[in-house]
Each structure stands twice: as structure tokens, then as C-alpha cells.
Design a protein around this ligand. Structure first.
Ligand code: NAD
Ligand code: IPM
Ligand code: MN
Length: 362
């Protein structure tokens, strides 16, 4: 038995609500199985801003780098809308990504059979769906310079950002996608707007060259981002692995999340040995404090941590099976329920998962 050092950064809004359920499952694992966690927690986002005037302190960043893995909840909220950009809660996660060099963000969209009905799309369009978006996470327009707001000589004010990708940035994230595809269905779609953007054309050329050099066994297709958005709702099962830029990946992963019935999908930010795991959803200010949030995305992010950071596939399988049991039994939080169902609370969902774990472990 080995102690894994996990830093929990629950953040704002529903972050602490969903992370509370994850902690219950961690305790269950520690008590019942060989696994043991040294759990530390810290502040990030708006709660850190309130306490320290910054969304991420150097101390918390150092804790994140020192941990074996980081579990992240969500950041942000309308109460911080007027805060200057550098101090906004969202800068907390952006700085973690950059400083930890988490350049490859894996965002799976997996449709659980019992949840097919929760998708807004037809049964046959989504049943059995299993795709993976590899989103570049430390470059592109999120970090490109120059950026800012300026006043031109004629008095016109304007805001601007820069989309920029270097060859090494494109190569390392594309390698992650090709390697993943080899362990899946061996197909990659590289997504950009090479028809309009210089950086998009460059992206396409670099991916093409890498493919020719090292990955000719993987089927590669190029697709424009707008078409990809359309194809995701038209025929999502055509995709296996999608690799794309930071901004397109942000949009396309929210779209893909909804194919599964909910924003409740997990997300693994890594690329190096260090990794951070978080649900794709945000702080959900509209439902905060009401015990309504779906904790499954956070819980499934934790199973990705078990699987990819700690090599504990059996524990991850067990928790995923327990989640399947609960969904097959008909329990639903409000975001994934159909007409005529009663919404289960966040706590009730957590109780049910623990119950299913007990039943499977008995
Ligand atoms: P959001 O994901 O917070 O919410 C979008 C919608 O989905 C809301 O109606 C919300 O109630 C619902 N929803 C989200 N997660 C849910 C869950 N677990 N269970 C049930 N319903 C859920 O996105 P938003 O409203 O665009 O943004 C709100 C704030 O969150 C903003 O400040 C934004 O910057 C931030 N945000 C943070 C992250 C992150 O921390 N990684 C991600 C996205 C948005
Ligand atoms: C996400 C979020 C973040 C992003 C925000 C909160 C900075 O939307 O993780 O998808 O845009 O990357
Ligand atoms: Mn997003």
C-alpha cells in the first residue's frame, strides 16, 4: 500500500458540493481497499481571491506541483465579474495549466446506456458513443501575445487577442492524440480553420508532417472547426480522437459533453507526468447551494485520476460500475432526468454510489 498525495482544489460555486461527494468515495476506498490517500486541500478561484487577493497563491501552486495529482472543482461566478482580468477566478485554473505545463487536455464523451434518454439527440445517434477530444491547453489565443485593449490615434478603442502556435506545441499535443488513437480505434481528426487562419494552415501542415513521419498506421483526417461542430451533432460516432486548439477544444468539448446528456463529463489535464483532473462544467451559479448539482462528472474525473495517475484500473472500474448501477436503477439529478422523474439531490446521488460500492464489495 502506498500513500498518494492528492491536492483538492474545490474552488467556487458547486465545486465544493461535487467535491464533497468525491471525498466520500475516497474515504470509502481508503477504508475498504489497499489504497490510501494523503489529502491536502487549498483555495483557488474566487475563494482564494477573497482570502488572498489572488486566484492562486504561489504556495498553492507549489503544493499543486508537489502533489502526485490535483483534483479541481470549478472556479468563477458573477460576484467576480468586475474584477480585473489578472485577478479573475478563471486565472486560477489558467495559471495552473500553464505553470504545470498541462498541454494535453483529454475530454472524453462516453454515452452510458442508461443515459441515452437524457441526451437531446436521437437514441441511434448517441448510443454507444465513445470519443475523445484532445484539447491543446497551454497555448493558442488563451495565452498568445499581444493582447489587450488600446486606443488608436483616431480615438477608436479596440480589444485584441493573438492566436499563435509554435511547431513544438502542435507536435507534442498531436503525438498525444496519435498515441491515444493507437490504443482506441486508430483514427484521428485534426480540427482547425486552415481555410481562414494562418495558424490553422500551419497547424494542418505540422500535423500532416508528423503523421507522415511517425504515424502512418493511424488514419488521419483534417476537418474545419465549424464543420466539426456540425458533424458532432449530426453523426458523432464518426469520431474516435479529435485533436484541436485551446479555443476550438473549449467549444467542441462543451458540445460533445451534451451528447452524453449532461455537462457531467470528466476531464484530464496532463501531458507530462503531473496531471490535474476536473469536470468540464463550471461553478453553475444558477444552482449553487441547492444540493442540485450532479457530482458524477467530478467523480468520473477522480476515476480518471485513479486510472491514469495511479495505475489503479481495478478501483476505477469498480467506481464506474457503481455509477452504472445507480444510473441503471433510475436515479437522476435534475440535469439528466426526463419528464415524470423526480430529481435526486447531490447528496442522494453520493449516497447511492456509496451504496452500490458497498453492494459490489460485499
Ligand atoms: P457552467 O458549466 O457553470 O453552467 C452551465 C449550465 O450547466 C448551468 O445551467 C448549470 O446549472 C449547468 N451545470 C453545470 N454543471 C452542472 C452539474 N454538475 N450539475 C447540474 N447542472 C450543471 O457554465 P457557465 O454558466 O457558462 O459559467 C459559470 C461560471 O463558471 C463562470 O464564471 C465560468 O467562467 C466558470 N467556468 C469554470 C470552469 C472551470 O472551472 N473549469 C468551466 C466552465 C465555466
Ligand atoms: C473549461 C473552462 C475554462 C476554459 C475557463 C473557466 C477558463 O471553460 O475548463 O472548459 O475556458 O478553458
Ligand atoms: Mn469550457
Amino acid at each position: 500500500s502506498s500513500n498518494k498525495r492528492v491536492l483538492i482544489l474545490a474552488g467556487d460555486g458547486i465545486g465544493p458540493e461535487v467535491m464533497g461527494q468525491v471525498e466520500r468515495v475516497m474515504e470509502w476506498l481508503s477504508a475498504r481497499r489497499s489504497f490510501s490517500f494523503d489529502v491536502q486541500s487549498g483555495l483557488v478561484g474566487g475563494v482564494s481571491y477573497e482570502a488572498h487577493g489572488t486566484p492562486l497563491t504561489d504556495e498553492t501552486l507549489a503544493d499543486a506541483v508537489a502533489a502526485d495529482a490535483v483534483l479541481f472543482g470549478a472556479v468563477g461566478g458573477p460576484q467576480w465579474d468586475s474584477v480585473a482580468r489578472e485577478a479573475r477566478p478563471e486565472m486560477g485554473i489558467l495559471r495552473l495549466r500553464k505553470e504545470m505545463d498541462l498541454y494535453a487536455n483529454l475530454r472524453p464523451a462516453l454515452v452510458f446506456d442508461p443515459l441515452v434518454e437524457a441526451s437531446t439527440l436521437k437514441d441511434e445517434v448517441v448510443r454507444g458513443l465513445d470519443l475523445m477530444i484532445v484539447r491543446e491547453l497551454t497555448g493558442g489565443i488563451y495565452f498568445g501575445e499581444p493582447r489587450g485593449v488600446e486606443t488608436l490615434p483616431d480615438g477608436t478603442r479596440r480589444g485584441f487577442d493573438t492566436e499563435v502556435y509554435s511547431a513544438p506545441e502542435i507536435e507534442r499535443v498531436s503525438r498525444v492524440a496519435f498515441e491515444l488513437a493507437r490504443r482506441r480505434d486508430n483514427r484521428v481528426h485534426s480540427v482547425e480553420k486552415a481555410n481562414v487562419m494562418e495558424s490553422g494552415k500551419f497547424w494542418r501542415d505540422e500535423v500532416t508532417a508528423l503523421h507522415a513521419a511517425d504515424y502512418t498506421d493511424v488514419a488521419l483526417e483534417h476537418m474545419y472547426a465549424d464543420n466539426c461542430a456540425m458533424q458532432l451533432v449530426r453523426r458523432p460516432k464518426q469520431f474516435d480522437v479529435i485533436v484541436t486548439s485551446n479555443l476550438f477544444g473549449d467549444l467542441l468539448s462543451d458540445c460533445a459533453a451534451m451528447l452524453t446528456g449532461s455537462l457531467g463529463i470528466p476531464s484530464d489535464e496532463g501531458g507530462n507526468r503531473k496531471a490535474l483532473y476536473e469536470p468540464v462544467h463550471g461553478s453553475a451559479p444558477d444552482i449553487v447551494g441547492q444540493n442540485l448539482a450532479n457530482p458524477l462528472a467530478a467523480l468520473l474525473s477522480f476515476t480518471m485520476m485513479l486510472r491514469y495517475s495511479f495505475g489503479a484500473a481495478d478501483d476505477a472500474d469498480l467506481i464506474e460500475a457503481a455509477v452504472q448501477d445507480v444510473l441503471a436503477g433510475g436515479l437522476r439529478t435534475a440535469d439528466i432526468m426526463q419528464d415524470g422523474m423526480t430529481a435526486a439531490s447531490t447528496d442522494a446521488m453520493g449516497d447511492a454510489v456509496l451504496g452500490a460500492l458497498d453492494a459490489r464489495a460485499a
